[in-house]
Design a protein around this ligand. Structure first.
Ligand code: C5P
Length: 308
């Protein structure tokens, strides 16, 4: 039995370029891995089967569309294993369809878990390539830490970070569809008259002030530099998120933004005590389903239990 622990992410910068011919958007995407984890446990089985526990388990698909199942099949096919045998159990704490790459995290964890269970020793670079085939956010869940994602988010460069930042995540009732949020972003750009294609929108760049804030470990500077080009679209689709953002700011957060495509809202706190207080205030505010205080950056997907 192999258990892999894998973190959620927040995007401290999500710069969205124009719509490409392949249906994706070029990004300047600064991923930040935070201490909210799923655990994927692989045991020998027949075919690829899945189970899931956790507060959102009922909304996790247990068929071949699940990224964990797709990851197991992709790894087996890459190594020419005719008939992969594995049962994957997902202990889910990352919100589902929450803008924290929980499905991508499970895909990354399944790659690492199956690689260990089947004794394949796949080079890390190959795992990263397989991860990119599964989805734009899957490679980062393998890498962890903080990284700049270019292209559709899959071309990664690790970024230097000093110290630990303290975060609070306010989980909403229900999810948002990532493609729907990108479509809404395009629609808002068309409505504003700026155009939404790759020819209309300049390719975004990482913000030097944000990179400097990460490198120096300065939460106030990072808070000032937080940006998410998908935030207006997420708010248009879920206007109540404005109340969540306001509640966290009122409770003392030094920075607030929608996490990725939402609807989870992310709050930066000045220290661990402030994060605990903000989480309590958000829970009491009634503007979210739950609020969790945590920290980051943390490591990417890794085996957390030794082989028996
Ligand atoms: O790569 P992934 O499967 O996670 O992407 C889900 C969807 O999100 C894509 O089909 C696309 O609609 C949208 N997307 C995008 N540009 C990106 C990443 C995702 O438009 N860079």
């Amino acid at each position: 039995m192999i258990t892999v622990r894998v973190p959620a992410k927040v995007n401290v910068q999500l710069g969205v370029g124009g719509l490409r011919a392949d249906g994706f958007h070029d990004l300047a995407n600064v991923f930040f891995a935070v201490g909210l984890f799923d655990e994927v446990t692989a045991t020998p089985g027949e075919g690829v089967t899945l189970s899931c526990t956790g507060p959102d388990a009922a909304s996790v698909p247990l068929d071949d569309t699940n990224l964990a199942a797709r990851a197991a099949r992709l790894l087996a096919a890459h190594h020419g294993l005719g008939d992969p045998g594995v049962h994957l159990h997902i202990a889910k704490a990352i919100p589902v369809a929450g803008g924290m790459a929980g499905g991508s995290a499970d895909g990354a964890a399944a790659l690492v878990a199956c690689d260990a269970l089947w004794g394949l020793d796949t080079p890390f670079d190959t795992l990263l390539e397989l991860a990119a085939e599964l989805g734009s956010d899957v490679p980062f869940a393998l890498l962890g830490g903080v990284a700049l994602g270019r292209g559709r988010g899959e071309i990664l460069d690790a970024l230097p970070v000093a110290g630990t930042f303290h975060w609070v995540f306010a989980v909403a009732d229900g999810g948002l569809s990532t493609p729907a949020v990108f479509r809404e972003c395009d629609r808002l750009r068309e409505e504003a008259g700026t155009g939404s294609s790759a020819a209309d929108v300049p390719t975004p760049d990482a913000d030097p002030a944000l990179l400097a804030a990460l490198a120096s470990g300065d939460p106030v500077a990072l808070a000032a530099a937080l940006t998410n080009d998908l935030q207006a679209a997420a708010l248009a689709l879920r206007p109540s998120l404005a109340d969540t953002l306001a509640a966290g700011t009122e409770a003392g957060a030094i920075g607030a933004l929608v996490s990725g495509s939402g609807p989870t809202c992310a709050f930066l706190a000045k220290d661990a005590d402030a994060a605990t207080a903000i989480a309590a205030a958000l829970t009491a505010s009634g503007t979210c389903r739950a609020a969790h205080a945590t920290h980051g950056p943390v490591r990417g997907a890794e085996v957390s239990a030794p082989r028996p």
